[in-house]
Ligand binder design. Sequence first.
Ligand code: NAP
Length: 267
Amino acid sequence: MGLFDGKKGLIFGVANKNSIAWGIAQALHAEGATLGFSYAGEILKKRVEPLAASVGSDFVEECDVTNDDAIAATFAKIADHFGEIDFLVHSIAFAPGEELGGRFHKTSRNGFRIALDISCYSLITLAGHARELMPNGGSIVTMTYYGAEKVTPNYNVMGVAKAALEASVRYLAWDLGKDSIRVNAISAGPIKTLAASGVSGFRKSLNYVGQVAPMGNVDQEDVGQAALFLLSDHATRITGEVLYVDGGYNIMGAPDPTMMDGGEKSE
Ligand code: NAP
């Protein structure tokens, strides 16, 4: 018996096998879930279709989340194919490359608009559409990052977008609680993916976090297991939360002295 036997849901944000969304998809599949996938652009089709097929999914639809008509059309197809759904995974973010490095005060109006639209507003509108297909309640999970709360140099406007995303999770949790739909976020530590590679200095940050975090770097599988919990009935009445899956990095106030020049060796 799998935890998700008989449950159906959608995953937005698989770009390739390194995507966090793919780690979540594999965890859900292992527990018996029936999955549908949506990807951003035509060029991803060749990569996403074989991945979807490998977890027994025959629902793979293109959907650019900046386009309201595309979202409505995708959800019409989802309704036809699945009828009702039990869960939604939102694992989508984007900011123009020039916004992910350098001086923050140089953030452009257009870069700000794009980052907030794709990385935050998309959750609100996808949740609204998913609600229509969740008459008996459901669970929604999105992906955030510590840069929402504390300055992570170069993450820049994406940190602002993630702060808005986390606030949206709380407002959605309040609103959709009336429909028995839970909404939570996972704050993942840095993981090497397509999106992450766009942030200046990402590799150095990954190494640093790996050394500072009590349990080192995390991977897609770690996030997949946490998503499994939040999407499952084991998380009944947990809503509006941000769950850290970051090897404990967020609890640290300073690196271990052994990492610093001239630091004392700890036992
Ligand atoms: P990823 O594999 O590149 O996934 C990002 C996804 O967002 C891609 O599938 C991308 O499609 C999609 N996307 C971008 N613009 C879109 C649009 N207009 N419409 C629909 N989809 C669009 O990278 P990832 O690291 O797994 O990112 C997934 C989520 O995890 C993001 O929210 C990210 O901020 C978050 N996160 C990542 C890390 C990390 O270190 N990797 C840490 C914490 C949180 P395209 O490739 O076509 O643009």
